[in-house]
Design a protein around this ligand. Structure first.
Ligand code: NAD
Length: 371
């Protein structure tokens, strides 16, 4: 395992595991006080926040849900009752900045439409809070840079919701790919897509910042970056969107992109709002590491071909979900003053490439990226 992946795997683990590894002479990461939990405020009570994130706090070792922010009073009442949150810890978007006066809130988790990520992350940092912001970090490089500047100025942490980095199969794929388990990586393919339903903010560019790439294709991009451990040096992209389809009046449907990396690795990626994909495959000189599905909420499957034999790799069910790992990771980073493995710079790196992907598709040429 190289240093980067060792650090990534270590930081994605719970504290018990960290202590055990430290005992075996591996990198020692300062452990937070046992039982200490930091308070999270959730901003935006939509599908992902209420169905996937909020139920996870009951399994967290270092995080607890203490406050809610929503523009819909009925949602505040309902979820406050469900999660036993006092009225004093309920906020609207108009009263959001008063979180500054609430010491029980340590971390603000932004789960709003993409175009609102930057504003609320910056306001949270200015209120003295650490921030976990959903992907995509924001809708432009400029917004990402403003978010990083605000968190630095406030001396607070900023992390992006790249949950797959806390999921064991993806952690293993990183370790195997970067460690040369199937020989040096030559080609990575990554596909993510679903058939988008009409009538949602995701299909309104003003709210989403873009189509499938901003929402689901970002998983293909982020995966090829974490599997290669490199930053792309050039991108070529082709967009295929039927503009007669009412869903795609302002955003793209399909955008296919090819990335070249400094070591010679090539990545071929699919991003789609009209077909179903969730897979990646790392082809080395001696075999492949394939994941399908690769980045779902649960149920990852891995297949490895090496020495002429193709076989599934099955991991034991982890005691904690990727969502719990993500929430506790930021809490641990705050308590031990560590940089999160998916800090704001990671979200910014994706946005840099995404802007180049859009530019390449628009201008019909390869775009060179800063190496
Ligand atoms: P959603 O539509 O279900 O929820 C969005 C919430 O924002 C709603 O509660 C809505 O009321 C609120 N909102 C506030 N102001 C709004 C406005 N002006 N217009 C529209 N909604 C407004 O969306 P979601 O699926 O929960 O996505 C929220 C964020 O989470 C997005 O950034 C998305 O990319 C991200 N997400 C991440 C994952 C993941 O696996 N990491 C999965 C789903 C969504």
């Amino acid at each position: 395992m190289d240093d980067t992946s060792r650090r990534g795997v270590l930081q994605g683990m719970g504290t018990g595991m960290l202590t055990a590894l430290a005992g075996r002479g591996l990198a020692a990461v300062p452990a937070p006080a046992p039982g200490r939990k930091l308070g999270y405020a959730i901003v935006g009570l939509g599908g992902y926040a209420t169905r996937q994130i909020m139920p996870q706090f009951r399994d967290c070792d270092h995080s607890r849900l203490v406050a809610l922010v929503s523009g819909t009073p009925g949602k505040l009442t309902r979820y406050a009752a469900e999660y036993d949150i006092p009225a004093s810890n309920l906020y609207s978007y108009a009263t959001f900045d008063r979180i500054r006066d609430n010491p029980s809130i340590d971390i603000v988790y932004i789960v709003l439409p993409n175009s609102m990520h930057a504003e609320y992350s910056i306001r949270a940092a200015q209120a003295g809070k650490h921030v976990l912001c959903e992907k995509p970090m924001a809708v432009s490089v400029a917004e990402c840079e403003a978010m990083i500047a605000a968190s630095r100025k406030a001396n607070r942490k900023l992390m992006i919701g790249y949950r797959s980095r806390f999921e064991p199969y993806n952690q293993l794929a990183i370790q195997l790919a970067r460690g040369g388990h199937v020989g040096p990586t030559r080609i990575i393919t990554a596909e993510h897509g679903f058939n988008a339903q009409p009538g949602q903010w995701r299909l309104d560019r003003a709210m989403s910042g873009g189509g499938s790439l901003m929402d689901i294709g970002i998983y293909s991009l982020n995966a090829v970056r974490y599997l290669s451990g490199e930053e792309p040096v050039s991108v070529t992209a082709v967009e295929s969107t039927d503009r007669r389809d009412p869903r795609f009046r302002t955003v793209e449907d399909r955008i296919d992109f090819m990335l070249r990396f400094p070591s010679g690795i090539v990545a071929n990626c699919v991003s789609s709002y009209s077909s179903n994909h969730n897979a990646y495959r790392v082809n080395g000189t001696d075999g492949f590491i394939a994941m399908e599905p690769a980045t779902p909420y649960e149920g990852q499957r891995m297949m490895i071909r090496k020495d002429g034999v193709t076989a599934p790799r099955v991991l034991p069910k982890p005691p904690k979900t990727q969502f719990v790992g993500q929430l506790d990771h930021l809490a641990i980073c705050v308590m031990t003053d560590q940089q999160p493995i998916v800090a704001g710079e990671e979200g910014l790196a994706d946005l840099h490439v995404m802007e180049a992907i859009y530019r390449s598709a628009r201008e019909g040429r390869a775009v060179t990226l800063r190496s």
